[in-house]
Design a protein around this ligand. Structure first.
Ligand code: F3S
Length: 280
């Protein structure tokens, strides 16, 4: 059996920074006997979230005025209202918003100020997109699929600016762009898919064309893992999505087959290593 790990797989720099920060703070807060929270689950990975909870890190879904301890803002970012609450109520927080997401916040806010309506390509329910739409204003248009374009009435007298969720599938983005460009709008386009996502998706695309089986490791709730699976499945019908190697039925693989492995941005190295070693 030949097992190959994709050239780019697993945790990106933004997620790595958030993980390093929270594990560093666990030690600090313990020393000072203070509470530590993440605003929403730190990453889309149940194993990691469970581990953090076992170390006393609580998940907050809303912020109240009398909040104690320190709140970690995850790499997905938050809308401005969250910063306002934290600042106005003098709440201690550490901002782990990824620099690539911050860049989108800035683009959205600046273009909004210039009078442009913001178009966000991404998933409406993803925390990153919810954060961006906070900076983009109430009239922001969110599009996830090209089929939605026919339902939106664009105004040719208006000016628009378009950004895209950092983990969006590049091919899908291009298809949506192709249709939007034909509308002849006064439109500024910002390709804000992050470099780590592009490299991870390209590596998965290449590897999935060469193997008999493709294993995508990541949490089922992680949108970038789901997108990797979508890419792999297109090229290799024997693609499976697993959260850990325990989810995989090992006796389905014949001797001599080629197996590729990739992993989402929130899959920790230990889980990938375990999958690779077991398959090898
Ligand atoms: Fe940042 Fe891209 Fe990771 S936006 S959090 S480097 S997937």
């Amino acid at each position: 059996m030949e097992v190959t790990l994709a050239a780019y797989a697993g945790v990106c720099s933004g997620v790595a920074r958030a993980l390093k920060t929270v594990y560093g703070e666990i030690a600090n807060e313990k020393n000072e006997n203070k509470k530590l929270y993440t605003f929403g689950p730190l990453i889309h990975n149940k194993e990691v979230v469970r581990d953090l909870q076992s170390k006393g890190v609580e998940i907050l879904n809303d912020i109240s005025e009398n909040q104690d301890g320190t709140i970690i803002l995850r790499s997905h970012g938050v809308p401005p209202i969250v910063y306002e609450k934290l600042e106005n109520w003098n709440i201690n927080y550490i901002d782990c918003t990824c620099k690539d997401v911050k860049k989108i916040h800035h683009i959205a806010a600046e273009n909004k100020k210039e009078g442009r309506q913001i178009i966000i390509i991404g998933s409406k329910t993803h925390p990153e997109v919810m954060g961006i739409s906070g900076f983009a204003g109430d009239d922001a248009i969110i599009i996830e699929d090209e089929s939605e374009l026919g339902l939106i009435s664009f105004d040719s007298s208006k000016k628009y600016a378009l950004v895209v969720q950092t983990t969006f599938v590049f091919d899908k983005f291009e298809k949506i762009l192709e249709v939007i460009k034909k509308l002849g709008l006064e439109l500024k386009i910002y390709d804000t898919i992050c470099n780590a996502t592009t490299k991870r998706q390209q590596a998965a695309e290449e590897l999935s064309k060469k193997v008999d089986y493709m294993i995508v490791v990541g949490d089922k709730s992680s949108s970038n893992t789901a997108k990797l699976y979508e890419i792999c499945k297109r090229n290799c019908t024997n693609s499976v999505l697993i959260e850990t190697i325990k989810d995989l039925q090992l006796n389905i693989f014949n001797k001599g087959v080629k197996i590729g492995i990739t992993a989402g941005a929130s899959t920790p190295p230990d889980i990938i290593k375990e999958a690779f070693i077991t398959m090898s």
